[in-house]
Ligand binder design. Structure first.
Ligand SMILES: Cc1cc2nc3c(=O)[nH]c(=O)nc-3n(C[C@H](O)[C@H](O)[C@H](O)COP(=O)(O)O)c2cc1C
Length: 196
């Protein structure tokens, strides 16, 4: 009784949600993507900097180029997923800070004038947002298949630019036949939590 979230929602988001390796042909629509984004955009980031950027790979030509950059074991599922998204970190996120952090617009220059500082912040905060995005996909009744097994330099060159660092590629859709690997164990609380 410690959780206030409805048990069915707990299952949908966590206990029964799995990383999908196969998908049905059912398309993932732009309306679904909009609904997912409208939910996950509220996930917190430092200074509300919101550095996650999402590239939807919709055209068959772009899909083929991406599949060729995936690790071999990731290629078949990336070729077949109804929707594939490239998640990246915008290292120039500070340009949007006056809009995103209006009560302290000077934060842009006071904290983020140096590129290495921005790269570090963008990596941490966009990765956080990638986690929110996966949960949002699940909230839409879809399954996500996040992957870091790909040619990062190749994906950046083919799909992004020097200001955007690839984080992960995510297959999205309704799970198909034999979609799951066996559920792997998780660490117990006492392996993770130290109280001081
Ligand atoms: C950031 C990230 C990268 C991953 N990269 C790959 C990958 O390249 N290939 C793959 O088959 N699975 C990949 N996975 C899937 C994980 O192995 C899987 O999510 C984890 O074992 C939990 O599986 P479950 O959700 O079915 O319990 C990745 C997952 C995450 C979150």
């Amino acid at each position: 009784m410690s959780l206030v979230l409805d048990p069915a929602a707990q299952d949908l988001l966590f206990r029964e949600a799995r990383t999908a390796n196969t998908f049905t042909d059912e398309p993932v629509t732009d309306e679904q993507v909009q609904a997912i984004y409208d939910l996950v955009k509220y996930g917190p980031t430092a200074f509300n900097q919101s550095p996650l950027r999402i590239t939807l790979v919709r055209s068959p030509e772009a899909r083929e180029r991406l599949v060729n950059l995936m690790a071999e074991g990731n290629q078949p599922k990336t070729a077949k997923a109804p929707l594939v998204a490239i998640l990246s970190a915008d290292n120039e996120f500070h340009e949007e800070l006056p809009q995103l952090f209006p009560h302290f617009p000077a934060a842009k220059d006071a904290f983020f004038s140096e590129r290495p500082v921005r790269e570090q912040a963008a990596l941490v905060n966009a990765t956080l947002q990638a986690g929110y995005f996966i949960m949002g996909v699940r909230a839409a009744g879809l399954a996500a298949g996040p992957m870091t097994g790909f040619d990062f330099a190749g994906v950046q060159k083919e799909f992004l630019d020097a200001d955007h660092t690839p984080l992960m590629v995510i297959n999205i859709g309704k799970p198909g036949d034999d979609a799951w690997f066996p559920r792997s164990p998780r660490l117990e609380l006492d392996q993770v939590i130290t109280t001081v």
